[in-house]
Design a protein around this ligand. Sequence first.
Ligand code: AMP
Ligand code: MG
Length: 347
Amino acid sequence: MRVLKTDPLRPDPGVIDAAVRTLRRGGIVAAPTETVYGLFSSALSDEGCERVFRAKKRPRDNPLIVHVDSLEMAEEVGHIPSDIAEVLRRVWPGPVTVVVRSRGVVSKCVTAGLDTVAVRAPAHPIPLAIIRELGAPIAGPSANRAGRPSPTAAEHVIEDLNGEVDLIIDGGPAFLGIESTIVDVTRRPPVLLRPGPFTAEELREYFGDIAIPPYARGLAEADVAIAPGVKYRHYAPETPLVIVHFELAEAVRLLRSRGLRVAVLCAAGKCAEADGALQLGESLYEAARNLYGALRSLDRLPVDIGVVPALEEAGLGLALMNRLRKASGRREARTPEELLRIAEALL
Ligand code: AMP
Ligand code: MG
């Protein structure tokens, strides 16, 4: 396994070339995108795709997102309705993935045998240069071991996939820190499958009306047929995490009174004295950038439990609450009594 460093905004052509040669022979490459680090194979290669699933230990029925460098390349991969193509002309490259009918040109392994395909153009010079040089789409989920928090830095990829990947491109931190927004445009109105940096408010501005099912908020398991992959455990630290809807100081006091050592993930101006503190940042943008790094750090703190304040489910807050619900296994305390019940179950 090689690790090559490059400037994310002006990627070294030698590094891009190394990635392309690796992909051409069915190899796998981890590289940053504007959302999180991806683990890429050629979308046309069964062998490369198999290796992605194996390296991540990803369940086989959880399809990969196909990354393209243009709307034209997306149209070779899937059937893009003309009104949707008009929207994509304006929002790509960017963190919006659309699920469309597949043309069956990408490996069946990539789509997990579905007749639909998820596709997006990433707004990051490194993957864009790789796709352009390769002249073909690349398939890539996040470059973490399945179930773990997504990697937002090359070190996270090394932590999870050391030895499993042919090449890691270290292009510094991912710009946004959480995965792309996924919207299923095979249905009308389009259905939000996963909230992300392109907010629901922005989606409505560009796509018109959209449906937001409870699982998009992280509140329920999805029907496999509707949103593959959503049923799996995601983004989870080893340390139990609880989303707290009331005063954090009160939550810390209660948990400590039961003999638990507590870490606080401070966000949106909410924080408290505890046995450990991780700063997500004041703005939701900072919180998104820092979330996964903080979830990884949580496991290194000598604590029994982490608490994080509930965020308002508007703007980026919708995506953050979806990730927090998955990371916490939907442990959510609306009242001190509820927190005590959760604590009792952990003791
Ligand atoms: P990841 O790249 O690890 O963030 O996961 C990609 C996610 O994209 C999967 O978990 C699925 O939920 C979603 N996805 C990929 N392909 C499809 C598809 N054809 N239909 C619906 N969702 C998809
Ligand atoms: Mg993932």
